[in-house]
Write a protein that binds this ligand. Structure first.
Ligand SMILES: Nc1ncnc2c1ncn2[C@@H]1O[C@H](COP(=O)(O)OP(=O)(O)O)[C@@H](O)[C@H]1O
Ligand SMILES: [Mg+2]
Length: 370
């Protein structure tokens, strides 16, 4: 089947999935409308139990929706068996054949399809090169590290050029350093093969590093869909702001509003300034988020502040090498986290119990759900 580049690789239309548990319907995916583009690196990100694996299994055909339809390359595959969908899946457990060599593991699917011997040899060779395993053809899985076995699993899943590759927390068993290395590798491999990847993770760093777009899921629903930068810089709900990275959130009433900015007065001389869309009027209660790395911490009251100013007392100081992280109990009522890059001298570090002043530029405040 030929597909126009504008046809989504994967599409969910009005999908709901309930599981039956002790005779009762348990909603796992409540309502899903989603289009994933051709060649996209797309991540489903959310806490355990939010419906990520269920969503994947509906793409693969291991689960059928209770309501709605799933399309692959524009074709309705609802009710189509998994082996007729031309998508592959990679899991955390590599599920390699232990008694076969790397070459044989990767060649397995092509041999079953009766691809010509020469073609198999060439395609396996190309794929092993892409996953950086050239020279390891004759090894068995037990003679390889976890990271190398994961590469074999990837090569095996990609060698027959599926429409899409589904990866369900594939790096969960690797240690942190190797996981970070594999994130970069996975992104490169995906670029080289040009196949649509759908990646499931509960790890926000992983999703931010690799994805073209991320769907943040919570309790069977997508809370926000966007680029890593959108999701991080412009969280649209309190859940997203809290789940992705660290956010400081201030509640307050608009006391003044002009020219696209609102001001929340927080005490004598203290205020939060936030850009808002037209129509956010004085008297309205809003929530504002600001990221810890956008805040400047001062030990004396700064003059000429353009933007937000709050004061507070330092309750924690944690040295992290590249930054010092402060917790500050503000007089505005919320605890703030501030990441201060260690670009200055040691005597500038504030200590626990000290009164400090926090400032940040107007554009670094973001109104949630406005
Ligand atoms: N086979 C099943 N039978 C009953 N409930 C299930 C089944 N699989 C998953 N669930 C439930 O559906 C919800 C979503 O699960 P899942 O899709 O595995 O989430 P995630 O992958 O995000 O951790 C959870 O509440 C889970 O307990
Ligand atoms: Mg899961």
């Amino acid at each position: 089947m030929t597909t126009s580049p504008s046809t989504p690789a994967i599409e969910f239309a009005g999908v709901r999935k309930d599981y039956l548990s002790h005779g009762e319907a348990v909603p796992a995916v409540k309502s899903l409308d989603l289009a994933i583009g051709q060649g996209e690196f797309f991540s489903l990100l959310g806490p355990s139990g939010c419906g990520k694996t269920t969503t994947m299994r509906m793409i693969a055909g291991f689960e059928e929706p209770t309501a709605g339809k799933v399309f692959l390359d524009g074709r309705d595959v609802t009710g189509v068996a998994p082996n007729k969908r031309d998508v592959n899946m990679v899991f955390q457990s590599y599920a390699l054949f232990p008694h076969l060599t790397v070459q044989q593991n990767v060649a397995f699917g092509l041999e079953r399809k009766k691809v010509a011997k020469n073609d198999i040899k060439r395609r396996v060779g190309e794929m092993l090169e892409i996953v950086s395993l050239t020279g390891m053809e004759r090894r068995q899985p037990k003679e390889m590290s976890g990271g190398q076995q994961q590469r074999v699993a990837l090569a095996r899943a990609l060698v027959n050029h599926p429409r899409a590759l589904l990866l369900d927390e594939p790096l969960g068993a690797l240690d942190l350093k190797l996981r970070q290395q594999m994130q970069i590798e996975l992104k490169r491999i995906q670029r080289e093969v040009g196949i649509t990847f759908v990646y499931v993770t509960h790890d926000q760093g992983e999703a931010l590093t690799m994805s073209d777009r991320i769907a943040v899921m919570n309790s069977g629903l997508i809370e926000q869909l966007g680029s890593p930068r959108d999701i991080y810089e412009r969280p649209s709900t309190r859940f997203v702001a809290g789940f992705i990275g660290t956010s400081n959130i201030i509640d307050g009433r608009v006391t003044w509003s002009d020219q696209g900015y609102a001001v929340l007065e927080k005490g004598p001389g203290e205020r939060v300034v936030v850009p808002v869309p037209a129509g956010v009027a004085v008297g309205r209660d809003i929530e504002v988020s600001v990221r810890p790395e956008k805040i400047d911490l001062h030990r004396t009251i700064p003059s000429n502040v353009n933007g937000s100013l709050l004061s507070g007392t330092v309750t924690e100081v944690v040295y992290h090498g590249t930054s010092t992280n402060y917790t500050v109990a503000t007089t505005a009522g919320t605890d703030f986290v501030v990441f201060d890059q260690n670009a200055h001298d040691a005597e500038d570090v504030a200590s626990r119990g000290e009164r400090v002043f926090l400032t940040w530029a107007p554009q670094h405040s973001y109104p949630i759900g406005v």
